[in-house]
Design a protein around this ligand. Structure first.
Ligand SMILES: CC(C)(COP(=O)(O)OP(=O)(O)OC[C@H]1O[C@@H](n2cnc3c(N)ncnc32)[C@H](O)[C@@H]1OP(=O)(O)O)[C@@H](O)C(=O)NCCC(=O)NCCS
Length: 437
């Protein structure tokens, strides 16, 4: 048992403490017993941006960042991407096991029963400017569903949760497609439940006057694979927001909206849109070395490169590259791929990137394939949010069912003034206040 205890000696008091190791971790609360006296609050962990803090136990997704491994519920992402449909993977992520044929049929049927939006949601969309960013519209519409399903607040009822989970998975593609149609001024297309998840999404995006939309099977399968790759990624920024918002027992619609807001930033899901802007800015392959120099000088970041967890090639980027080849057979090659591949080649041979273990992440190639599929760059992050809704909901459910979880509330190390007397306004000397700077 000796190796399951961490011995800590407090040099201030010369006292020794045995901190039990639990699955390779110490419990931060065990640090609190380490004090200099009864008035001392005790030691706390200081970990801005959670670089080395596990905030939960989870059995959903496993990542080994050094080896470039990603698994959902134990199944390698490569096998899931090759052999499963997106809704099959969604079932796995949410329920822990792959469905049988009968279970999958019922699950798909359940989701299809929730693809329509309340007509009021459409009115809500109408009020956005035509050039509103689709992610802003998506976040707002998802949050607005909370007003349409007020019973969703009953988050401690497992049956109620199941219903809201199905609704959200059914409706996010519809909301996403409607944001796109709204920006073009096209009439909204209702869901077609003869089609599978990705085909129906394509139908709602692109059907014009034809009576029935028929998706190109190569393209719909590529979209399905992209959805599988983006479905969950353990405790990333937006999953953490989902858990934090949900820990106050906020309803799942506003919690998913909060998570989607976190996703929208350029350092997280917004990176795929930024990659395309970067490739446009570079323009041609011969300008790649100059751009890399700009990155190394710290003027810009190489978007789609680097990851908090992966210190090796992101396995999702590898699968996306493979899927891109299939798509390009159907659509013709996206010339940006050549620039991206040259960027990757130059970067992976450069000491700056090697030393920092910076490799392409999921967003590096996803934008190129999304563009080849016919999507505008400003829709890319919404395309990420659709499948990630499954991951957020699985993380949310796991958090609510975990008896150790409580409202998420970190500590701080206060660095401000000690108590001071208020000076009446007439006697104050102007100070350079932080806010006025
Ligand atoms: C993903 C990301 C936010 C992770 O950040 P992080 O874990 O906090 O890593 P850090 O910012 O501490 O980076 C470590 C070092 O690599 C550098 N670095 C990280 N990502 C970089 C990038 N994309 N381009 C250039 N340098 C990068 C940092 O400047 C830092 O260098 P330093 O040690 O000289 O200061 C970061 O890699 C990034 O901004 N990437 C670009 C955005 C992106 O693609 N996001 C999608 C993630 S899926």
């Amino acid at each position: 048992m000796a190796d399951q205890v961490l011995k800590v000696v407090d040099q201030r008091t010369k006292l020794a403490y045995d901190l039990p190791l639990f699955k390779g971790a110490i419990r931060s609360m065990d640090l609190r017993q380490i004090k200099t006296g009864p008035e001392d609050f005790g030691v706390v962990g200081y970990d801005p941006a959670f670089l080395n803090t596990a905030a939960c136990q989870s059995s959903i997704t496993f990542i080994d960042g050094d080896k470039g491994i990603l698994r959902y519920r134990g199944y390698p992402i490569e096998q899931l991407a090759e052999k499963c449909s997106f809704l099959e993977v969604a079932y796995l992520i949410l329920n822990g096991e792959l469905p049988t044929e009968g279970q999958l049929e019922n699950w798909v049927d359940d989701i299809k029963h929730h693809t329509m939006l309340h007509e009021k949601t459409k009115n809500f969309l109408e009020s956005f400017n035509h050039d509103a960013h689709p992610m802003g519209m998506f976040i707002s519409c998802v949050a607005a569903l909370s007003t349409i399903y007020p019973e969703s607040r009953n988050v401690l009822d497992p049956e109620n949760r199941k219903l809201q989970i199905r609704r959200l998975i059914g409706k996010v593609p519809t909301i996403a497609a409607y944001t796109y149609r709204h920006s073009l001024g096209y009439p909204y297309v209702y869901p077609d439940n003869d089609l599978n998840y990705s085909e129906n999404f394509m139908n709602m995006l692109w059907r014009m006057v034809e009576p029935k939309y028929r998706a190109n099977p190569v393209l719909s399968r590529a979209l399905e694979i992209l959805f599988i790759l983006h479905a969950d990624h353990e405790q990333n920024c937006s999953a953490n927001v989902m858990r934090a918002a949900g820990s106050s027992q906020a309803d799942p619609y506003v919690s998913v909206a909060a998570a989607a807001a976190a996703l929208s930033g350029p350092l997280h899901g917004g990176a795929n849109e930024e990659v395309l802007k970067m490739l446009d800015e570079i323009g041609t392959k011969d300008r790649v070395p100059a751009y890399i120099e700009k990155v190394k000088a710290g003027h810009v970041k190489l978007m789609g490169f680097g990851h908090r967890v992966y210190k090796n090639y992101d396995p999702r980027a590898r699968i996306i590259k493979w899927a891109a080849d299939q798509v390009f057979v159907a659509t013709g090659r996206n010339p940006k791929l050549d620039i991206a591949m040259e960027l990757e080649r130059v970067a992976l041979e450069d000491e700056y990137f090697i030393k920092r273990k910076l490799y392409p992440n999921v967003d590096f190639y996803s934008g190129i394939i999304y563009q080849a599929l016919g999507f505008n760059p400003n829709l890319f992050t919404v395309l990420f949010a659709i499948p990630r809704t499954v991951g957020w909901l699985a993380q949310w459910q796991e958090m609510l069912e975990d008896p150790e979880q409580k409202i998420a509330r970190p500590r701080q190390i206060y660095t401000g003034y000690d108590a001071r007397e208020l000076v009446p306004i007439g006697k104050r000397v102007a100070q350079v206040a932080a806010l006025a700077r």
